[in-house]
Design a protein around this ligand. Structure first.
Ligand code: SF4
Ligand SMILES: [Zn+2]
Length: 185
């Protein structure tokens, strides 16, 4: 191999390595910006669910630009042309403002009202923890519109996913059981 070819090969390898590294950084940024977040809308002082434009935010970060923008908000399209002033909240607490983090904080050290077990990782995974209303009806927290969670959680009790499945089956096949439908206190 000639010296020129060897030099080209080294340049190609170094360029490829740099590109792979940059691509890795971009993907990590996209991963960090993904997901729905809960904010308090400055226009209404009410909860709203927003999603950051993850690709643009990650690209801006690569360019050493701190600007981020939203891709969606539960108050859109009615407020589509707002100034997105809620972004301050997202910027100051990017991880804590995630819906999953909010939910995990609420379940915290609470225990399932049915089996009494703790509910770890309530905001993560495929099998989400559940909420129980006064009538004993259960619903996975992920089935609730995120912006409604702050008002809904205090009126419900926590239940683990296993008990949610068991209680749902029992309620829908109530004629097979004797147990009345109600929430344990
Ligand atoms: S995007 Fe606009 S309407 Fe939606 S929460 Fe933020 S400030 Fe409020
Ligand atoms: Zn349980």
């Amino acid at each position: 191999m000639s010296t020129a070819s060897a030099t080209l090969l080294v340049v190609a390898v170094l360029t490829s390595a740099a590109l792979v590294k940059q691509a890795g950084r971009l993907l990590r940024s996209i991963w960090r910006f993904r997901g729905t977040r809960l904010v308090v809308c400055p226009q209404t002082n009410a909860p709203a669910a927003v999603r950051v434009d993850a690709w643009s935010a990650a690209w801006a970060e690569m360019m050493r630009d701190q600007s981020i923008a939203l891709a969606d908000c539960s108050r859109w399209p009615a407020r589509r042309f707002c100034r997105q002033t809620c972004l301050g909240h997202v910027k100051t607490d990017p991880d804590g403002s995630r819906v999953s983090a909010f939910v995990a904080r609420w379940y915290g050290d609470k225990r399932c009202v049915y089996c009494g077990r703790s509910i770890p990782d309530a905001g993560l995974g495929w099998h989400h923890a559940a909420l129980v209303d006064d009538d004993g009806a259960t619903i996975e927290w992920s089935s609730v519109p995120p912006e409604e969670l702050p008002d809904l959680l205090p009126t419900h009790a926590p239940a683990c996913w296993d008990c949610h499945v068991a209680e749902t089956f029992r309620r829908t096949h109530q004629q097979l059981t004797d147990r009345p439908s109600s929430r344990p206190s």
